[in-house]
Design a binder for this molecule. Structure first.
Ligand code: GTP
Ligand code: MG
Length: 367
């Protein structure tokens, strides 16, 4: 399994390979051109690779690490077209922008955090602000599961529609708990009870009906029910998940979006999953590497560090990573560059192998 974990850190194969046994995996790796250079003890990169393995083992041991502290849930908004995903994200956000000092201009960095007063405690929720399950599915396909809770938006005047079902299927397949936002309740034609009834067919049973799914009536347009929705997200997260991470170690996480900016170079929005990312850290993100030259939050304010579940925009990467690419902070520039180069080589090999022949996993398991 070391083989698998090492590869996980070098490439994007982990989700496909994790279920395979080592022998099968070796055949697969060879066929795909991975060659066992990756794990061979003679390999000159052995030390580097082993350092990942150690790193990963340390992370696994973290299960009962006392250093873990509560982190905010990461939330994705999903639902049928026009049911109000964007409006909801705007409503959640503007409810907080108001409390900010004048002059604070919100930036689109792919995610934002909002504070929530919950049972007398100050909590936070991280929203991924690219709505739609395409983003969710694309990230998942690449092994990046960053969503802790999904908000399923269903317009109360329209009811359950094809993309509602698609969205909930994705969330359920990923084992992500769902909170249902029954939207557009300001409309005369709204029928929230019908939405509840329709969704019972998909195992989303409201508490009123004896289930454990929270349904929150809202109007994203008027801003009603937003606080209740945020509460429901926290209640659901607390009931279903143990959201904790160790902030006292090198950061790792996921790129949520990235672009090339004329003046600033590669600009990547990343979500820290564990550890703390600091200005000046050497990092590798996908096949990009570099040093964190500067970091900004969703308000455009510069930040010095970002802990678990915190989204930040990072400047200083050598190239533009892709959404879903994993990042990690390394001890030095050299290590970051080496990992980036390895990942790049692996990707090239895999791309070449794909071009040469198509091999199904099924063929392999038979072999
Ligand atoms: P896509 O991104 O196209 O899938 O749509 P969406 O789910 O992001 O929906 P969006 O937020 O763009 O809202 C679609 C339309 O519904 C817009 O005209 C909104 O003004 C309207 N709308 C959204 N929420 C509400 C609401 O609570 N009440 C009413 N009356 N209209 C709403
Ligand atoms: Mg939208």
């Amino acid at each position: 399994t070391n083989l698998v974990t090492i590869l996980f850190h070098l490439g994007e194969m982990a989700t496909i390979t994790q279920s395979l046994d080592e022998d099968t995996f070796q055949i697969l790796a060879e066929e795909l051109g991975y060659k066992l250079q990756i794990v061979s003890p003679e390999d000159e990169d052995r030390e580097l690779l082993e350092s990942f393995a150690i790193d990963l083992e340390a992370e696994e041991a973290e299960e009962d690490d006392e250093n873990r502290v509560a982190r905010p849930p990461v939330v994705t908004v999903m639902g049928h077209v026009d049911h109000g995903k964007t409006k909801l994200l705007d409503a959640v956000r503007s409810a907080n922008v108001v409390s900010k000092e004048a002059g604070g201009i919100t930036q689109h960095i792919g995610a934002y955090q909002v504070p929530v007063e919950h049972e007398g405690e100050e909590r936070r929720i991280t929203f991924l602000d690219t709505p739609g399950h395409e983003a969710f599915t694309a990230m998942r396909a690449r092994g990046a599961e960053v969503t802790d809770v999904a908000i399923l938006v269903v317009a109360a005047d329209d009811g359950v529609m094809p993309q509602t079902i698609e969205a909930l299927n994705h969330a359920q397949a990923a084992d992500v708990p769902i909170v249902v936002a029954v939207n557009k309740i300001d409309k005369d034609t709204a029928n929230p009870a019908k939405v509840m009834q329709q969704l019972t067919e998909y195992n989303l049973v409201a508490e009123e009906y004896g289930g454990d799914t929270m349904f929150v009536p809202i109007s994203a347009l008027k801003g009603t029910g937003i606080e209740d929705l945020l509460e429901a997200v926290l209640l659901t997260a607390d009931a279903a998940l143990d959201l904790r991470a160790n902030p006292d170690k090198a950061a790792r996480g996921i790129a949520i979006e990235a672009k090339l900016d004329k003046g600033r170079g590669a600009v990547a929005s990343v979500l820290v999953e564990s550890g703390t990312l600091r200005q000046g850290d050497a990092i590798v993100c996908g096949t990009a590497h570099g040093r964190v030259r500067a970091m900004f939050d969703e308000n455009g304010d510069q930040v010095e560090e970002a802990g678990p579940s915190r989204p930040v925009q990072v400047l200083g990467l050598s190239s533009v990573p892709r959404a879903g690419d994993s990042f990690l902070a390394t001890d030095d520039d050299r290590t970051a560059r080496q990992i980036a180069e390895k990942r790049d080589a692996i990707e090239r090999n895999a791309a070449q192998a794909r071009g040469r022949k198509r091999i199904s996993l099924e063929d392999f398991t038979k072999a």
